[in-house]
Design a protein around this ligand. Structure first.
Ligand code: ATP
Length: 257
C-alpha cells in the first residue's frame, strides 16, 4: 500500500513549517525522513496519520485522501508512533498493545483468537515478552518506545510511520528495531521513519528524504543524497560516505563544518 504526499504545506503560528513537500513511500521500502532539529519532520508525519490537516496539498493512502478515510479504516492501513510516547493511565503493556486491535474489532467485542495472535507477535517482535504484565508507567523511555511500536504493529498495518523510533533505545535495541523495520518492508510494508543518526539512516534506509526549513531539498538513495556539500549545508557537519572493508557504505563524521 502506497502513501503519497502531494505539495503538502503546513502553517503553524503564521509560519510555513512544511512547504510544498512531494514524497511517495512504496510497499517494500524503508524511507528515512531526515533533517536538522525544527526542519518539520514531525509536523509532516502528523499529516500522514491525520493528527494535523495540511494547510495546502493532499496526503493519499492508496490513492485515497486520508481526510476522506474513516479513522478506523485509516488505522487498519496505517500504524504510527509519536516521538515521546507517554502513558498516564495505569495500564499493563499487554493492555496497551491490545489497543492496536481496536480498529479490527467490533464495538465492545472481546478479543478474538486472531487478535491475540497479532498482539503476541507484536510483543515478541519488539522483545517485550518479559514486560507483558508491567504497568507501562514504570517502564524506561526505551521500553515505552518499544511498547508504542508494538501497539502500531498490532494494528497489522500496511504502512508504518515511526517518529524517531530509536529515541531512548540502547544501541542493541536501535539495531533490533531497524532490523525489524527492514524485515517488515521485505514483507511488503511501506515504512516511513525519522532518524537523527545519519549513520543508521545510511545503513538501514532504502531511500532518504531530506528536509531543511520545511522544504524537501533532496530525496533518493542514501549514497546519492548525502554528499559532502549537503551534509555541510543542511546538517552543518563535515562528513562523507565511504565503503567499509565489506564494500558497504558507511558515513564517516569528521566534525563540524
Ligand atoms: N504550534 C506551533 N506554532 C508555531 N511553530 C510551531 C508549532 N509547532 C511546531 N512549530 C515549529 O515548527 C518547526 C518544525 O517542528 P517539528 O517538530 O516538525 O520539527 P522536527 O524536524 O520534527 O524537529 P526535531 O528534530 O527537533 O524533532 C519548529 O521550528 C517548531 O518550533
Amino acid at each position: 500500500m502506497r502513501v503519497e504526499l502531494r505539495s503538502v504545506g503546513v502553517e503553524l503560528g503564521g509560519c510555513a513549517v512544511v512547504d510544498g513537500v512531494d514524497l511517495e513511500v512504496r510497499p517494500g521500502e524503508v524511507v528515512g525522513l531526515v533533517g536538522p532539529n525544527g526542519s518539520g519532520k514531525t509536523t509532516l508525519l502528523r499529516t500522514l496519520y491525520r493528527a494535523l490537516a495540511p494547510t495546502t496539498g493532499t496526503v493519499l493512502v492508496e490513492g485515497h485522501p486520508v481526510a476522506s478515510l474513516p479513522r478506523r479504516r485509516l488505522a487498519q492501513r496505517l500504524g504510527a508512533t509519536v516521538q515521546e510516547p507517554e502513558q498516564r493511565a495505569a495500564l499493563r503493556v499487554i493492555d496497551v498493545v491490545e489497543q492496536g486491535r481496536v480498529c479490527h474489532q467490533g464495538w465492545l467485542e472481546p478479543l478474538r483468537a486472531e487478535d491475540r495472535v497479532a498482539v503476541a507477535a507484536a510483543i515478541a517482535a519488539t522483545g517485550l515478552d518479559e514486560f507483558r504484565e508491567r504497568d507501562v508507567r514504570t517502564l524506561s523511555g526505551g521500553e515505552r518506545q518499544r511498547v508504542a511500536i508494538a501497539r502500531a504493529l498490532a494494528q497489522q498495518p500496511r504502512i508504518l510511520v515511526l517518529d524517531e523510533p530509536t529515541n531512548h533505545l540502547d544501541l542493541r535495541h536501535q539495531l533490533a528495531i531497524l532490523d525489524l523495520t527492514a524485515r517488515l518492508a521485505a514483507d511488503g510494508l511501506a515504512v516511513l521513519l525519522t532518524l537523527h543518526d545519519l549513520r543508521l539512516a545510511v545503513r538501514y534506509c532504502d531511500r532518504l528524504a531530506v528536509l531543511s526549513a520545511g522544504r524537501l531539498v533532496a530525496a533518493g538513495e542514501p549514497t546519492e543524497v548525502l554528499d559532502t556539500e549537503l551534509l555541510a549545508e543542511v546538517f552543518g557537519v563535515r562528513a562523507e560516505i565511504r565503503p567499509n572493508a565489506d564494500g558497504e557504505p558507511v558515513l564517516d563524521v569528521l566534525g563540524l563544518a
